[in-house]
Design a binder for this molecule. Structure first.
Ligand code: FES
Length: 171
């Protein structure tokens, strides 16, 4: 008899019962302890992040200790245990960007988004992080939004950029 794991919802943001990942494991990786990273990737693709309840489901279905699953999740920076925004903003605080105004961008975004570094806005639009050199030192300060690099940024340019993204969300 297969057991359906019913996780608790965390703060009401995650009502799924994780059936999709359970089916995925049953179909492709049942009992395959060596598939842990692949399964975690898929779980994060489906649910956006890997809360503890989801890690428990994976641990149980692959028959690996939860401590091992949690260890892998915390080791690799591409796994996240917190919900992430649609747009990840990474302000560069490498040396060139720092001395040319990167810190000002950080302070501006903290105020503008109302969140701290590493957090996600409640509407799940933005996750805000720091980067260490994104290869645009000659045109510092720079930041990234998802995979795009924006150079010679100022707080006013940041405002314009975010306004454009938000306009795209509502149109
Ligand atoms: S230090 Fe910011 S891009 Fe290199």
């Amino acid at each position: 008899m297969s057991m359906v794991v019913k996780p608790q919802t965390d703060s009401g943001t995650h009502p799924e019962d994780y059936q999709e990942i359970i089916d995925f494991i049953d179909n492709y990786y049942a009992g395959r302890k060596d598939a842990l990273i692949q399964v975690l990737h898929t779980a994060q693709e489906i649910y956006g992040y890997l809360p503890l309840e989801l890690q428990k489901v994976v641990a149980e279905k692959l028959d690996v200790p939860l401590s091992k699953v949690s260890g892998v999740v915390s080791f690799y920076s591409f796994f996240s245990t917190k919900p992430r925004g649609k747009y990840t903003i990474r302000v560069c605080l490498g040396t060139a960007c720092y001395v040319r105004g990167g810190k000002k961008l950080v302070d501006h975004l903290i105020k503008k988004l109302g969140i701290e570094i590493g957090d996600t806005t409640p509407d799940r639009l933005y996750t805000f992080e720091i980067a260490r050199c994104i290869g645009a030192c000659g045109l510092a300060p720079a930041l990234m939004i998802n995979d795009d690099v924006y150079k010679q940024m100022t707080p006013a340019k940041v405002d314009k950029l975010l306004a454009e993204l938000e306009k795209g969300e509502t149109s």
